[in-house]
Design a protein around this ligand. Structure first.
Ligand SMILES: Nc1ncnc2c1ncn2[C@@H]1O[C@H](COP(=O)(O)OP(=O)(O)O)[C@@H](O)[C@H]1O
Ligand SMILES: [Mg+2]
Length: 544
């Protein structure tokens, strides 16, 4: 009985209904504000005027102008790397622009740092919540604006901090104990704490950088409830998202950023998927290595049928032919990695089968799957791929420890050194030699070693998850060249990528993955920037 009441309580505390039913009419009453915030920052029209920003030689924002009005949710859309986060970071005082101005109504602002921006009422809820895990929720909320007790400086009034933090979270409909360490919070809760921090500081201009990517649809609903209330109270709201459905639902206005310039701006009457997609991707490819997409032939080397995971993906069917490069196009969170992991035995599935070279490997152990000729090169090198404190030699051969053991169980050190040397040469790794520690290499060179490790097992099918994330342009080219060489030698390759250009440059066939389903298949001449861009956004699953 007690337990079920607790569950009920939780449901109402975190449910959308509770937000809408809340009695408190305003979100940021004066008492929520930190006392040292002498004047209440106002809401207003926040504008970026011809902002230019470069990082070294990389010109990321090119005379960008954007104006966010009070009482509106203004969304910024654009491909990865378009400059969206950079623009919001300039508006929030994190980056100084090289040229241009930031104005609030008629005033030009000088935002030297995030504090200066917050004093003007501008708060950025960052893409990755930046709470300090070891501090309590309350401490996090008051970081930098601690109220002191009485007139004595330095005496922090913890009781009032706790009460006010708790109240402000309750106003948002969030029922968490502010004395708890922030590291115990879910991502969704951390984001709402960030939002509460904005309100505590009296900020009335709030920028959300892709808040929804890690959230479940229920959590998105909850967050949107809050954003709508803020809008109705006249807050100025900036929002970044990739998800077309979501953007259509929450936005009053949409601006599209492409390669550091605004390519379109529309209000609700002008919302149109295909118009937005072409504004996002309608550029000629910046490198001219577009592949002549071949039609592969032969019997499939990998066949997947009905692969299902109750919460991540459903009814996945695949037939991969020898020598084929197949792209999984989709947004982060669409289920691409989960599907790959399930195929490779790294994740449970509730139904379906995986057959490799005629061998059923659906429930085989990971070593057996690798032995059978299927490898998965994960996206997060630092966490899964590379063992940074170890040498290049140890990393390059880690994929085949069982094979390199001689009958009495000793590693064959000579053979190991040979493989490591081959990897260095074949992948053009810039390193001193096989004994250099991995951590001393650049991201691109680390990636090549991780690659080499798996390729030295001679797989028939390789799944590469974001193979060029975080590597420089030169290393990217090397990796593309390698992928093509491997495919020419008959290896079938699945490339998971969030980069449109990468998919177009590499793949013979592209499968669009959206919300855990394969929603479209493109091959040959059908593979264009516009068609792949639309596929990313779930075109085919939801009519435009
Ligand atoms: N702090 C930084 N230092 C150097 N380059 C950066 C930095 N932040 C962003 N960039 C570069 O700026 C470009 C745009 O990045 P970003 O604004 O994060 O794009 P988006 O948010 O649209 O995906 C990318 O090429 C990225 O590598
Ligand atoms: Mg970003």
């Amino acid at each position: 009985m007690g337990a079920s009441r607790a569950a009920d309580h939780n449901r109402t505390a975190h449910g959308e209904r509770n937000v809408l039913a809340m009695s408190s009419p305003t979100l940021a009453s004066g008492q929520d504000r930190a006392p040292d915030q002498a004047q209440a920052p106002r809401s207003g029209r926040l504008s970026a005027v011809e902002i230019d920003k470069s990082f070294l030689t990389n010109r990321v924002l090119k005379r960008v102008s954007l104006s966010l009005a009070p009482g509106e949710v203004h969304t910024l859309m654009g491909e990865n790397g378009a400059g969206k986060s950079t623009l919001f970071r300039v508006l929030a005082g994190i980056h100084r622009p090289d040229a241009g101005a930031i104005t609030l109504d008629a005033t030009t602002l000088d935002l030297r740092n995030p504090h200066a921006a917050q004093a003007q009422g501008i708060y950025l809820v960052p893409q990755e919540p930046a709470l300090m895990g070891e501090l309590s929720v309350a401490e996090n909320m008051y970081l930098g604006v601690l109220p002191t007790r009485g007139r004595l400086p330095g005496r922090v009034d913890w009781r009032s901090i706790r009460t006010r933090s708790q109240d402000s979270l309750r106003t948002l409909g969030l029922d968490i104990d502010v004395r708890d360490d922030a590291r115990h919070l879910s991502i969704a809760q951390q984001q709402l704490v960030e939002c509460a921090k904005a309100l505590l500081r009296g900020c009335r201009i709030i920028l959300f950088d892709e808040p929804t990517s890690p959230l479940t649809s229920r959590e998105v609903g909850f967050l949107f409830g809050i954003i709508r209330r803020l809008r109705d109270e006249g807050y100025t709201l900036g929002f970044i998202s990739h998800r077309m459905d979501e953007v259509m639902e929450i936005s009053d206005r949409i601006s599209v950023l492409r390669d550091g310039a605004v390519t379109d701006e529309v209000d609700r009457a002008g919302f149109d998927r295909s118009r937005l997609v072409s504004a996002m991707v309608g550029r000629t490819l910046s490198f001219d290595r577009k592949r002549t997409h071949r039609a592969a032939s032969g019997r499939p080397v990998l066949t997947v049928r009905g692969l299902t995971h109750p919460s991540a993906f459903r009814a996945i069917d695949l037939d991969i032919l020898p020598g084929e490069i197949v792209g999984f196009a989709g947004l982060i969170g669409a289920g691409r990695t989960e599907i790959a992991e399930a195929i490779c035995g790294l994740r449970d599935k509730s139904a379906g089968s995986v057959v490799l070279n005629g061998q059923d490997i659906t429930d085989a152990s990971i070593p057996r799957i690798i032995e059978a000729g299927l490898v998965y090169v994960p996206e997060d090198r630092a966490r899964h791929g590379a063992i940074l404190p170890m040498s290049i030699r140890d990393n390059a051969t880690a994929g085949q420890i069982t094979r390199l053991q001689n009958p009495i169980g000793l590693l064959d050190r000579l053979r190991e050194a040979e493989i490591a040397k081959q990897t260095l040469a074949r992948f053009r790794v810039r390193a001193r030699g096989p004994d250099q520690p991995m951590r001393e290499l650049s991201g691109g060179n680390q990636q090549k070693i991780v690659f080499g490790k798996w390729m030295s097992t001679n797989p028939t099918v390789a799944i590469l998850d974001e193979p060029t994330r975080g590597v420089d342009v030169g290393a990217k080219e090397d990796i593309y060249r390698l992928i093509e060489e491997l495919s020419q030698s008959g290896m079938a390759i699945i490339v998971i990528s969030s980069e449109l250009e990468e998919l177009i440059a590499l793949c013979d066939r592209i499968l669009a993955i959206y919300a855990g389903r394969i929603t479209a298949e493109l091959r040959g001449a059908e593979i264009t920037a516009a068609s792949v861009g639309a596929a990313f956004l779930g075109a085919g699953s939801t009519p435009a």
